[in-house]
Write a protein that binds this ligand. Structure first.
Ligand SMILES: *Cc1c(COP(=O)(O)O)cnc(C)c1O
Length: 358
């Protein structure tokens, strides 16, 4: 069997060119006589890999000099604890609840301080981004947390809340590198790599320098941002191979034309799918139009039986991982950076055919 169109929400597709390059370099990385997996993280070869990955990320995302970049482990979920442990000074933070990930982030933060849930879209199964009223924000909060793109429910912010001097902390696990993001508008950004940047096991944290140095006493060493910053993400062994793959993905993205170009392609892909969902008499999107994600597209038919039939037949035709999240049901197509336009076009053609026949 050849390669399939993989619509998984994460871990997800990687660009074929990246996998091919990794395969070519598997046995002997650039004349080193070994795989990147076998390298000391303190070697010159590896220093160039992690340094190169950071430089590319800085260049592509235009990360200002007063921000630090860390490559950590533990997934975005570890950040749910690291954020309050490192950023809570007075012990208060604002959270917007737009799905499971923000819910979990808020629950974790509550172990360390007071969480003010400024708004939630739980009333309608997180199918929209709540309108935010700045008068409900805590002006003394240490930070304001949002989940920029909601992987499970398929919503995303199209504008940022005006939080004044309170730094915005955003989970960008599922939209990093997919659209231009003005880093200077945030105190901190973080992302697990396995959606849009590389394999599982790498977590990227981008943090404004002035937010460092306030870590709670008793915080485990490995959960202290300052430690990782001071050691260039090498306090302990970093996820060496994962970071190498991230570097290849970043090189691929740069060659393709960078984030602006990627965004254009992503808009095109999303439009192909949403336009069809809007005209179809069988399938429909589950999210309010103005908050639709470019990355995760949940959709349903009116029948669970038909949903199951569709998922099964799609899989047989080479469109895999279209089953919706277990809490939502129906279908979800994740169309991250690595999904080619052609994959979405072919999926829509398949859906049209399915609609005609059922
Ligand atoms: C996948 C995901 C997470 C969880 O990431 P882990 O790396 O599994 O901890 C958190 N937030 C968002 C937005 C995600 O998409």
């Amino acid at each position: 069997m050849g390669r399939v169109y993989n619509f998984s929400a994460g871990p997800s597709m990687l660009p074929e060119a990246v996998l091919e390059k990794a395969a070519k370099q598997m046995m002997d990385y650039e004349g080193s006589g070994m795989s990147v997996m076998e390298m000391s993280h303190r070697s010159a070869d590896y220093e160039a890999i992690i340094g190169g990955a950071e430089a590319l990320l800085r260049e592509l995302m235009q990360i200002p000099d007063n921000y630090k970049v860390m490559f950590l482990q533990g997934g975005a979920s570890s950040q749910f604890a690291m954020i309050p442990l490192n950023l809570m000074r007075t012990g208060k933070a604002d959270y917007v609840i737009t799905g499971q990930w923000s819910k979990k982030a808020a629950q974790e933060a509550e172990k360390y301080g007071t969480v003010n849930r400024v708004a939630s879209s739980a009333d309608k199964t997180f199918s929209y981004i709540p309108k935010l009223d700045p008068s409900t924000f805590d002006k003394e909060a240490d930070y304001f947390h949002i989940t920029f793109n909601n992987t499970i429910y398929g919503t995303r912010y199209t504008s940022l809340p005006d939080t004044g001097n309170v730094p915005i902390v955003a989970d960008i696990s599922s939209n990093i590198l997919s659209q231009p993001i003005d880093v200077s508008k945030f105190g901190m950004l973080y992302a697990g790599a396995q959606k849009n940047m590389g394999p599982a096991g790498v977590t990227v944290v981008i943090i404004r320098e002035d937010l460092l140095g306030f870590t709670k006493e008793g915080t485990p060493t490995m959960f202290n941002y300052q430690i990782h910053v001071d050691n260039g993400s090498m306090y302990n062994t970093p996820p060496t191979y994962g970071i190498y793959i991230c570097k290849l993905v970043l090189e691929w993205l740069k060659e393709l034309g960078g984030i602006e170009k990627m965004h254009e392609i992503n808009l095109k892909k999303a439009k192909i799918l949403y336009d069809y969902l809007d005209e179809s008499k069988m399938f429909r999107g589950t999210v309010v139009k103005e908050d639709r994600s470019l990355m995760n597209v949940p959709f349903v038919t009116d029948s669970d039986e038909l949903n199951a039939k569709f998922i099964k037949e799609a899989k047989a035709a080479g469109f895999v991982n279209l089953k919706g999240h277990r809490t939502v049901g129906g279908m979800r197509a994740s169309i991250y950076n690595a999904m080619p336009v052609e994959g979405v076009e072919k999926l829509v053609a398949f859906m049209k055919e399915f609609e005609k026949n059922n």
